[in-house]
Ligand binder design. Structure first.
Ligand SMILES: [Zn+2]
Length: 166
């Protein structure tokens, strides 16, 4: 059986999320902990239920997921987002992972209403929206040029190759 202990990752005292100093105490609180993951929910701001899901051990980035954190993330995401949706009466919960601030994996979970403060844009600047009959929308940047199609195909091929080897 695979080793699910993920023993590579210990707590890192200098990390704000490991030490518990990374989130302002007056802006929210921990509402759930299953021993592997914990959920912090904001109690200030303009988006009720805005939460941060994080592994209890120091997993730096989503690309470092291993062990119990990797084995349980799907169930935990389902459980936490269902609770957020039910508690707020929203239909969808946005997920954001940036990885450029605190180097301890944290997934922002944001219950979304159409008239709330959340930014639903994936692209910076001006964007054209082309609705498709399927209901999907193709977004194209008006401020950043499209990259050459061969470059995008080479990237897609590289991803497919890496995943086939994994
Ligand atoms: Zn940490």
């Amino acid at each position: 059986m695979a080793d699910l202990t993920g023993s590579t990752f210990a707590l890192v005292p200098s990390c704000g999320l490991c030490s518990g100093t990374g989130l302002p105490a007056d802006a929210g609180r921990y509402v759930w902990d299953d021993g592997v993951w914990r959920l912090w929910t904001s109690t200030r701001g303009s988006v009720p239920g805005f939460s941060i899901l994080m592994p209890k051990r120091h997993v730096p980035h989503i690309t470092d997921l291993a062990g119990m954190e990797a084995a349980t993330l799907g169930d935990v995401l389902g459980r936490t987002t269902r609770a957020l949706r039910e508690a707020t009466g929203t239909q969808v919960v946005y997920l954001y992972v940036f990885g450029e601030g605190i180097a301890h994996l944290h997934i922002h979970l944001a219950p979304h209403r159409s008239d709330d403060a959340l930014n639903s844009a994936m692209l910076r600047g001006r964007v054209s929206e082309e609705p498709l009959p399927s209901g999907a929308t193709v977004l194209r940047s008006l401020d950043f040029p499209e990259r050459p199609e061969h470059e995008l195909n080479e990237t897609a091929d590289a991803i497919a190759k890496l995943l086939a080897e994994a």
